[in-house]
Ligand binder design. Structure first.
Ligand code: NAP
Ligand code: FE
Length: 370
């Protein structure tokens, strides 16, 4: 078993203001990396600003991070961090600003580094410390050493390095109450996807499975009582946030598997939200594991007290509908990226090109196109 987890994680309503002193321990100047508006809307930016002011830390706000963050914006953020003399980074928002914060933290002390050096993590100088403050209950990025950044070729690619674990994660589930309905639904599906993909993963160990199972059980419980109008109770928000952190800790060991590997192109080519894209492939992944890992599957579905078909139905009812239409030409153009894909190789039982071909045909093609 191998489990490395250097992040101090504090989850509590009001935790940002209560931990101002901890922020000050990272330095006197920081760059706050965030998106356009949600950190302001949900109150997180005000809380952070007040906490920093209380302990005399100077800050600058870099709010140019978009969904599926671009490498070019991370480079601009690194430049802003250097110009300001930032000693640490506060990454504030959903998975996009959190991942961008990790990228900026490693690019800032390495002015000569480009895309290649970032993805390969071949960097001369160590990154700045990152404090992560999540505002969605989904990616768990506040507790992972993974960052998914869209490269200049328009493709979502990740880097992974022990030095990219945030030093501190502050989780206040109140912020998640401001998410619009589609973001709540899609990010919750992402969190469940992490738990399932980590559990049924050839690189899982007892500890990561324990986290994945607990996360899946909690999220399934919420899905069973998911209100039609998406108005989750504060308790449900707390639980969902906690479960998303368990999912993040689980994938920090295993990474993801088939749904994430296949889901990226739906986001890149069709603008489908990340969690919605992964959720679309989850029922196929459940089916795969029923066939190729039956013993583990029995254990999993017994523990979460939900039958496989019921879980697939719950995912269908909570996750937003995946609306992209994909034809054979698009799939043909995609084939090369899935050969030797590291995430796909982690599927239990192994999958070959024929298997993948068949899955994609069933998922997308009808009639003659097949
Ligand atoms: P996101 O892309 O960070 O945000 C989605 C939308 O929700 C944005 O419009 C954002 O607004 C808004 N939003 C965020 N928090 C809000 C709040 N509390 N109230 C109201 N609106 C809010 O969404 P995400 O699903 O959390 O992150 C997805 C990204 O994470 C993808 O790039 C994915 O590949 C990556 N990811 C990373 C990991 C990892 O381990 N590192 C794992 C899975 C996924 P603003 O634009 O104003 O910010
Ligand atoms: Fe994800």
């Amino acid at each position: 078993m191998d489990f490395y987890f250097p992040t101090r994680i504090i989850i509590k309503r009001g935790c940002v203001s209560e931990n101002a002193e901890r922020l000050a321990s990272f330095g006197k100047r920081c760059l706050i990396v965030t998106g356009k508006s949600s950190a302001k809307i949900c109150g997180a930016l005000t809380d952070i600003a007040k906490a920093l002011e209380a302990v005399n830390v100077d800050y600058k706000i870099f709010d140019r991070i978009t969904q599926n963050p671009l490498f070019a914006d991370c480079l601009a953020g690194a430049e802003a961090a250097r110009a300001f003399g930032a000693e640490f980074i506060i990454a504030l928002g959903g998975g996009s600003p959190l991942d961008a914060g990790k990228a900026i933290a490693c690019l800032a002390p390495n002015p000569d580094a480009g895309e290649k050096e970032m993805y390969s993590q071949k960097l001369k100088n160590p990154p700045l410390s990152v404090v992560a403050v999540g505002t969605t209950a989904g990616t768990g990025s506040e507790v992972t050493q993974i960052a998914v950044i869209t490269g200049s070729d328009g493709r979502k690619k990740s880097f992974r390095a022990d030095s990219a674990f945030p030093a501190l994660a502050l989780g206040d589930p109140r912020y998640t109450e401001f998410m619009p309905e589609n973001v709540t639904r899609s990010t919750a599906a992402d969190a469940l996807s992490h738990c399932i993909e980590s559990y049924f993963n050839s690189t899982a160990n007892e500890f990561s499975r324990m986290l994945a199972l607990r996360g899946a059980r909690l999220i399934t419980g919420i899905f069973k009582n998911f209100p039609d109008d998406c108005r989750l109770t504060p308790q449900q928000r707390d639980t969902l946030y906690l479960a998303s952190v368990f999912g993040g800790m689980a994938i920090s060991v295993t990474g993801t598997c088939i749904p994430h590997a296949l889901g990226y192109f739906l986001t890149e080519n069709h603008g489908i939200a990340h969690g919605t894209a992964c959720a679309f492939f989850l029922p196929y992944f459940i089916e795969h594991n029923m066939e190729y890992a039956p013993k583990l599957a029995v254990e999993f579905f017994t523990e979460i007290q939900t039958a496989p078909t019921e879980l697939a139905e719950l995912i269908g009812s909570v996750a937003p509908k995946m609306t992209a239409r994909v034809n054979r030409a698009e799939l043909d153009g995609m084939r090369e990226r899935w050969v030797n894909n590291g995430c796909l190789k982690k599927a239990l039982g192994g999958i070959d090109n024929k298997y993948l071909e068949n899955l994609l045909k069933r998922a997308f093609l009808t009639g003659e196109d097949k």
